[in-house]
Design a protein around this ligand. Structure first.
Ligand SMILES: *Cc1c(COP(=O)(O)O)cnc(C)c1O
Length: 347
């Protein structure tokens, strides 16, 4: 077998969800965000594990993702769709009982005309300027919207991963002003917001990255492990080079293992110079450029030839690799390609 193996620890995922649930106020429901194929880890096993652990409300980005979650979990969970009610979504929303988070007056009209009486939520913009109704728009339709009994009103924080950022309190104040006295369940916080403290929790939280083992939830257990099989091992003499462009040249005798994965698997070229793979606890630096399907790794200091080397695991979590690539853990996970074999442990 020569494809990379991604092992997803469902027990760690569930433990992270429970820890975020425990960090939330006691009357707050902890939902779960499983958009983008559960951040690349595989939506079906992730959704099943979370439902088994007690999650009852799931959030996805688009209706098609909601349909996949409904297929896998059946009728007894609530599925909220962040993109709201888009043209062409009506059948899916209606037939599969998805709850669109309505983002505009246009979406609201579409929804009530196409599916009168069907549940919906409302998304408000409190300053991020991404999705949701702005304060003026909301004030204009608020009474009409409330007569239609929305299930949930939500907004999203732009800077929750920076606890001292003034944007957090500004958005909190704006959200409170826009929702005061409505008697509808409220939701403001993703992972970062949960960690900001109880005044950010409201009725429902929406953690994503923290469940998958990423910052800003520093106590998260690692969930993703990525092992890359070694295809071939060779010895280089001083002056020989590795990979495209001869970008790395050996100064001494060097042993290079070639592993079967590359940028086509989401292992971005830019991380190469700073990143090692691991043989157990021993770091083995990447040498030369990362190719589409192959990476050269320096194993000169190992006493045995490894069968595989680990890119993601307890030795090196997603945020370390993300830093090396100038990005965030979210992008490392969602970049992991379709070619690798996904295996699931636990739950
Ligand atoms: C992605 C997303 C979340 C989850 O955010 P994390 O930072 O991964 O916890 C929550 N709410 C909305 C609106 C999102 O787009």
């Amino acid at each position: 077998m020569s494809t990379a193996r991604l092992t997803v620890d469902l027990d760690a995922l569930v433990a992270n969800w429970r820890a975020l649930d425990a960090a939330s106020s006691s009357n707050t429901e902890t939902g779960a965000v499983i958009k983008a194929n559960a951040y690349g880890l595989g939506v079906q096993p992730v959704a099943r594990a979370l439902a088994k652990a007690g999650a009852r409300r799931f959030f996805v980005a688009v209706a098609e993702e909601g349909a996949a979650v409904r297929d896998c979990l059946g009728p007894n969970v609530e599925i909220n769709v962040f993109s709201g009610h888009m043209r062409g979504d009506t059948d899916m929303i209606g037939d599969l009982n998805l709850i669109p988070m309505i983002n505009s007056v246009d979406q609201m009209l579409r929804h009530v005309e196409a599916l009168p009486g069907h549940g919906f939520g409302i998304q408000l913009d409190t300053g991020m300027n991404r999705l949701g109704m702005e304060p003026d728009e909301w004030m204009a339709v608020r009474d009409t919207a409330l007569d239609l009994s929305p299930n949930l009103i939500m907004s999203h924080l732009a800077c929750a991963d920076e606890p001292d950022h003034a944007m957090n309190t500004r958005q909190l104040r704006q959200f409170r002003e826009m929702t005061a006295g409505l008697g509808v369940p409220l939701s403001l916080s993703a992972t970062g917001g949960i960690l900001l403290g109880p005044e950010y929790h409201f009725d429902v939280t929406r953690p994503g990255i923290g469940m998958y083992g990423g910052l800003p939830f520093a106590e998260a257990l690692p969930v993703a492990r990525l092992d890359l099989p070694v295809i071939q091992v060779r010895e280089l003499q001083a002056g020989e080079s590795v990979g495209y462009g001869n970008s790395w040249v050996a100064r001494d005798r060097t042993v290079i293992a070639t592993v079967a994965a590359g940028y086509a698997d989401g292992i971005h070229r830019i991380m190469g110079p700073k990143t090692s793979l691991y043989a157990g606890d021993i770091a083995c630096p990447i040498r030369g450029r990362i190719s589409m399907d192959l990476i050269g790794v320096d194993i000169t200091h190992l006493t045995e030839e490894p069968q595989g080397l680990t890119l993601l695991g307890p030795q090196q979590v997603i945020d370390v690799v993300a830093d090396n690539a100038g990005t965030i853990g979210y992008e490392v996970l969602t970049s992991l390609g379709g070619r690798m074999t996904r295996r699931y442990r636990g739950a």
